[in-house]
Design a protein around this ligand. Structure first.
Ligand SMILES: O=C(CO)[C@@H](O)[C@H](O)COP(=O)(O)O
Length: 228
């Protein structure tokens, strides 16, 4: 687990490095599926004072198995995603400005260009609002529920991010580092889409053939993009 804790610690340090978080907002986790344990950021601990030994380890019920702090307040959301989607190895939550603005506006981030298509095979969806009951009772678990409800049965790594209505973005990947990479791209394409729609309120989504080309050359069965 020490190696996983180190990976999660480094991934959490990337959040302020890439400008995705302010104060203690946000959190990154990763799963050891063989053990059924998840390493996650401690709740409320400042990034600039955090060390690898501050990373908390929980089991899939959320019980702390190692660590001196409380796990992130969003732990139940991370765990819901790991339990529903076996291909997910790392999860990130931030309040990055532009992605959060789309969440607050209640709008999916449209696929408008190849930057988006290189990582997300389609729009980045916005979830429905949680009901009052879902907020009052097991809020974080229900946040995971509406994410899963919105994503459905598709391969989550083909659209590795979402915006939770009136909350903010969640992203994921095969490992913690990939999840952070996808969170950075999500924030970038959120900003690009906002600016593009301001330039041209009548713009069209990316052409499907261009979307397919860019996504499949990087993630398809014959992916060659970046291959050694
Ligand atoms: O979503 C939120 C707050 O709305 C979280 O991102 C917190 O800002 C971080 O909580 P901890 O991980 O420190 O518990």
């Amino acid at each position: 687990m020490q190696q996983l804790k180190q990976q999660v610690f480094e991934a959490n340090m990337d959040l302020p490095r890439y400008g995705l978080v302010t104060f203690t907002w946000g959190n990154v986790s990763a799963i050891d599926r063989a053990r059924g344990w998840v390493a996650i950021k401690p709740s409320g601990v400042a990034y600039d004072s955090m060390g690898v030994d501050d990373i908390v380890v929980v089991d899939l019920s959320g019980k702390v198995v190692e660590g001196k702090w409380r796990p992130s307040s969003d732990t139940a959301t991370h765990l819901a995603l790991y339990q529903r989607y076996p291909s997910i190895g790392g999860v990130v939550h931030t309040h990055s400005t532009h992605a959060t603005a789309w969440a607050q506006a209640g709008r999916s981030i449209p696929a408008l260009g190849t930057t988006h298509a290189d990582y997300f095979f389609g729009d980045i969806p916005c979830t429905r609002a949680l009901t009052e009951e879902e907020v009052q009772d097991r809020y974080e678990l229900n946040t995971g529920k509406v994410i899963i409800e919105t994503l459905g049965d598709g391969e989550p790594l083909h659209r590795p991010g979402i915006v939770v209505y009136q909350h903010g973005p969640f992203a994921w990947g095969k490992v913690a580092h990939d999840a952070v990479h996808n969170a950075v791209v999500l924030e970038e394409v959120a900003r690009m889409a906002w600016i593009a729609q301001g330039i041209n309120p009548h713009l069209q989504p990316i052409d499907s053939y261009l979307m397919n080309k860019h996504f499949m050359r990087k993630h398809g069965p014959d992916a060659y993009y970046g291959q050694k």
